[in-house]
Design a protein around this ligand. Structure first.
Ligand SMILES: NC(=O)c1ccc[n+]([C@@H]2O[C@H](COP(=O)([O-])OP(=O)(O)OC[C@H]3O[C@@H](n4cnc5c(N)ncnc54)[C@H](OP(=O)(O)O)[C@@H]3O)[C@@H](O)[C@H]2O)c1
Length: 256
């Protein structure tokens, strides 16, 4: 299942998963884009593709995802939808607008992971891939809610990684930098800026690295080299911190 599959990195996750022989449930708001991609995947890869046009900010979205997965051997959920759909300074938009971002990036993510992970743990296998952002690493002006929701997802994913690993379930936070997606290109266009001033990662590379790294959780920051010794972005140091913090809790809660 790819949540946010109609274009960009989400569509690439779908295409590359299909090339590996996985059947798909494609979720996004625009049914025409989903159907177009589904048709291409069926033709090119011969796998089963179900489309689910759905607004993930809806309070019933998680229930609709569970219903779409009912009776299927769902093995991997990619939470890709998560861009800053509001944008700008915190006080420049009404709270109701920001609420849609927290609903999708926090509430839906949490409820969906609870439901899907429950099934995965019973089966002893499965994967949750949380497409995140370097924005999770700290706040900055004009990205208050976006950075906050991405930080929530990163901490949530790291904790889930530790709790679900012994049950055969993989969790990966994939923290992207600037990535060439249609959504980012609309941002450049809105502010009449050129995309050529920033180095952009391709959506193809994001999906390829994400799928290949599923078992390398909890967190992969794409800009970090494998030998990075920066504790904020090093995959190894972040993993070690999660392990150490989890063991430290034994002092308060007893052995896990
Ligand atoms: N692009 C970047 O530079 C960049 C940088 C760092 C991290 N990221 C992360 O990478 C992921 C993909 O980003 P993106 O640039 O492609 O933008 P995005 O706005 O997250 O869009 C990605 C996909 O999600 C769908 N989507 C968005 N809101 C939705 C909603 N409410 N309900 C259902 N589907 C929804 C979109 O399709 P519909 O419009 O058809 O619904 C689209 O298929 C996000 O998690 C983002 O935070 C991106």
């Amino acid at each position: 299942m790819v949540c946010g599959a109609s274009e960009g990195t989400g569509a690439e996750f779908a295409l590359q998963a299909a090339a590996k022989g996985l059947s798909l449930i494609l979720v996004a708001r625009r049914p025409d884009k989903l159907e177009e991609l589904a048709g291409q995947i069926r033709t090119d890869h011969g796998v089963e593709v179900v489309t689910l046009p759905l607004d993930l900010t809806s309070p019933t979205a998680a229930a609709e995802l569970f219903q779409a997965a009912e009776g299927r051997d769902l093995g991997l959920v990619v939470f890709n939808a998560g861009g800053d759909s509001v944008g700008g300074k915190f006080l420049d938009s009404p709270y109701a607008a920001w609420r849609t971002l927290t609903q999708r990036n926090i509430d839906l993510l949490t409820e969906a992971c609870h439901g899907f992970a429950t099934v995965f743990v019973k089966r002893g296998r499965g994967g949750l891939l949380l497409v995140g952002s370097e924005a999770a690493l700290g706040g900055c002006g004009r990205l208050a809610i976006y950075t906050a929701t991405k930080a929530y997802a990163m901490n949530f994913g790291e904790s889930l990684w530790k709790e679900l690993k012994p049950h055969g379930v993989d969790v990966l936070n994939l923290q992207l930098g600037a990535t060439d997606t249609p959504k980012l290109r609309t941002v450049f266009a809105r502010f009449k800026l050129s995309p050529d001033t920033v180095t952009l990662t391709s959506s193809q590379d994001v999906a390829r690295i994400g799928l290949a790294s599923l078992g390398q959780g909890p967190t992969l920051v794409l800009c970090a080299g494998e030998d990075s010794d920066n504790p904020l972005i090093s995959a190894r140091l972040r993993r070690e911190r999660v392990e150490a913090q989890s063991s430290f809790l034994d002092n308060f809660y007893g052995p896990a």
